[in-house]
Design a protein around this ligand. Structure first.
Ligand code: HEM
Length: 95
């Protein structure tokens, strides 16, 4: 995977302080996202589970910032959602 650090840092600069998984990140994933990704990864990526999202954080950031996930007909993430996720990574993935 290419070095995403500079891009993550740039996006995180626009994010608010005090981001948490429970309050800010978990609500970014809807039921369709959670069901499909559990199936596609045979249960290794449950987008509602904190530890799974931490392990896949760089891959998730890469996919939502490029717009390849969620795939159509789901709507791509807004820039604000991508910046929030980048901010969470930069703040050390608080639970
Ligand atoms: C925000 C929501 C989503 C995120 C963050 C996400 C993230 C990811 C990630 C990280 C992978 C690579 C997994 C791996 O290599 O082990 C992936 C693959 C995949 N996802 Fe998603 N996904 C999302 C929503 C969806 C939805 C809604 C669908 C189906 C309708 C979907 C279908 C797939 C499929 C088929 C693959 C395997 C093919 C590929 O690598 O492109 N995903 N996704």
């Amino acid at each position: 995977m290419t070095n995403l650090r500079p891009q993550i840092t740039a996006d995180a600069a626009a994010a608010p302080a005090g981001i948490s998984f429970a309050k800010d990140i978990a609500p970014l994933f809807n039921a369709t996202d959670i069901a499909h990704m559990k199936q596609v990864t045979r249960g290794t990526l449950d987008l509602s589970v904190y530890n799974d999202v931490v392990v896949y954080a760089s891959q998730i950031y890469s996919r939502v910032s490029s717009g390849s996930m969620p795939p159509p007909p789901s709507k791509a993430w807004t820039q604000q959602m991508v910046q929030l996720f980048a901010g969470w990574i930069s703040q050390g993935t608080p639970p």
